[in-house]
Design a protein around this ligand. Structure first.
Ligand code: PDD
Length: 289
């Protein structure tokens, strides 16, 4: 089956989708993105929240993107329909636009929008993951979902070389900020769930935001408070979250077993609750025909 992408205002076969050599996204990673999962019923999971975050990333970088949410959702739905995956995600990227290479933005540019869809299956029983801690060498605005991800690429590579599934990024003060492409969580021995507060040091994950609400519904206490590597290694449970993974248990950090080396009770409760939400969610932005 031909994969279809969306570039330059058109749906085209994925392999033939092109961007200009002079696109600032290519020269400077002067661009933002979103990864939005859709479930087996074809509904985007927290779609409106993703587009709200996209708008705040665009605003932070002063990229004037004029297309409405309704129009964006229309293209996203059409992309999903054309690709005929049972479930998956849409990758959406907006760059500042095309101009001869110059660090300074001199003129008003027309932003470039590109999207592709990828098949992926959300797992009811998620794999148990191992993570390795690496230094967080990124810039200071990780709240912006920018495509400038070299700090993460280096960190994930270091973790993967040791046999890790994900990198946990550690700042100069010894606190875990987040994962390479996920948010990081632990469960203390008092049964309290802890995750880094939504400052500029992390991306405020949409799954993270949703899970904090879900935790309240199932009477689990969440504290948005930084934790150290030592806190994590001696925690009762640990897990990570993202739009493409949902809630995944972590059973080892730096080769050290967490808890009994299996998914813990609280992680399991949250994982099941999020899975239920994911499966039953409907569009949160009105009807798209
Ligand atoms: N990554 N932190 C970072 C650094 C991320 O890149 C991501 C998402 C998250 C989780 O955010 P959310 O719950 O909104 O997916 C946290 C996406 C999936 C990616 O880059 O592919």
């Amino acid at each position: 089956m031909t994969r279809i992408a969306y570039t330059n205002g058109m749906f085209v076969p994925h392999d033939y989708a092109t961007v200009s050599m002079d696109d600032r996204g290519y020269h400077f990673a002067d661009s933002v993105y979103e990864v939005i999962a859709y479930n087996q019923r074809g509904f985007f999971v927290d779609g409106k929240r993703h587009l709200d975050r996209l708008r705040s990333s665009l605003k932070a970088l002063n990229i004037p993107f004029r297309m409405s949410d309704q129009a964006l959702f229309l293209v996203m739905h059409e992309l999903v329909r054309k690709n005929r995956h049972s479930e998956g995600y849409v990758y959406l990227q907006i760059t500042r636009g095309i101009a001869p290479r110059d660090h300074l933005v001199r003129d008003f540019l027309e932003p470039t929008l590109a999207m592709f869809a990828e098949h992926c299956t959300f797992q009811e029983t998620p794999p148990h993951l191992k993570v390795f801690t690496v230094p967080d060498i990124r810039w200071k605005r990780n709240d912006i979902k920018s495509t400038s991800l070299l700090g993460v690429v280096v960190g994930k590579y270091q973790a993967a070389n040791k046999g890790g599934d994900e990198a946990w990024l550690v700042n100069d003060e010894g606190f875990v900020t987040e994962g390479g492409a996920t948010n990081a969580w632990i469960v203390t021995h008092k049964g309290v769930v802890q995750t880094h507060p939504a400052t500029n040091a992390i991306l405020n994950g949409i799954t993270r935001q949703r899970l904090i609400e879900i935790a309240k519904d199932v009477s689990i206490v969440v504290e948005e408070k930084p934790f150290t590597v030592e806190d994590a290694k001696s925690a009762r449970e640990a897990f990570l979250t993202s739009s493409t993974k949902g809630v995944h248990p972590i059973i080892e950090i730096d080769d050290q077993k967490i808890g009994n080396g299996l998914m813990g009770d609280i992680t399991q409760k949250l994982q099941k609750a999020y899975w239920h939400f994911y499966q039953h969610t409907k569009n949160d932005y009105g009807e798209i025909s």
